[in-house]
Design a protein around this ligand. Structure first.
Ligand SMILES: [Zn+2]
Length: 199
């Protein structure tokens, strides 16, 4: 109990369900919200509810979008023969920022990680195989993170999609090992894309 308020306890309880938010941080956030003017708290709650209602995953590529299909999948000027495979929706945002890529995307929503109980079935791999079967794709760029999980995922993917005939490439080295694509700077990411190599 915090001075006898069950309402405060409830907020702290809900906040601790968020990733990276421990008990201490949840308490600090809750106490901060009590001090914050009501209209600011309302704006925060409204933004979260509005996002939850209107932002979804594209049914084709799995990227974050407010329209389905997303503006990238729906853009007929994009190169539909190239698919860049990434782990997370924010990786799409990072690559789009480079302006160096004009193809389509496929978001896996994670990477294979036995330690965390994530196997191939938990990722959007079947959807990728289906897309390759039904679309004239010439190149698949495996742009998973330069981490153990990312490398393992890329190797698994390569075995799965090699029989489908598209050229398979990997991003050039130079990305910080163990880092996330979404945090790579634009210049590094552009170089990695331009220097991609066959696997
Ligand atoms: Zn899409």
């Amino acid at each position: 109990m915090h001075g006898g308020s069950e309402r405060l306890d409830r907020t702290i309880e809900e906040l601790t369900k968020l990733p990276t938010i421990g008990r201490k941080t949840a308490q600090r956030l809750a106490l901060h919200l009590i001090k914050t003017p009501a209209e600011e708290v309302a704006a925060l709650v409204d933004a979260i509810l509005d996002m939850k209602k209107n932002v979804r995953y594209c049914s084709e590529c799995g990227a974050l979008t407010e329209a389905d299909p997303c503006p990238i999948c729906g853009d007929t000027r994009r190169d539909r023969h190239t698919i860049c495979v990434v782990e997370e929706p924010l990786d799409v945002v990072a690559i789009e920022k480079t302006d160096a890529y004009r193809g389509l995307y496929h978001v896996l929503h994670g990477a294979i990680s036995p330690v965390d109980g994530v196997g191939p079935d938990e990722l959007r791999l079947k959807e990728l195989v289906e897309r390759l079967r039904h679309n004239p794709v010439r190149e698949v760029i495996l742009a998973t993170n330069p981490s153990l999980e990312g490398e393992a995922t890329a190797m698994y993917l390569e075995r799965q999609i090699a029989p489908l005939g598209a050229h398979i490439t990997r991003l050039a080295r130079g990305l910080p090992v163990g880092g996330d694509l979404e945090y790579a700077d634009t210049v590094t990411l552009t170089r990695a894309l331009e220097g991609r190599r066959k696997v």
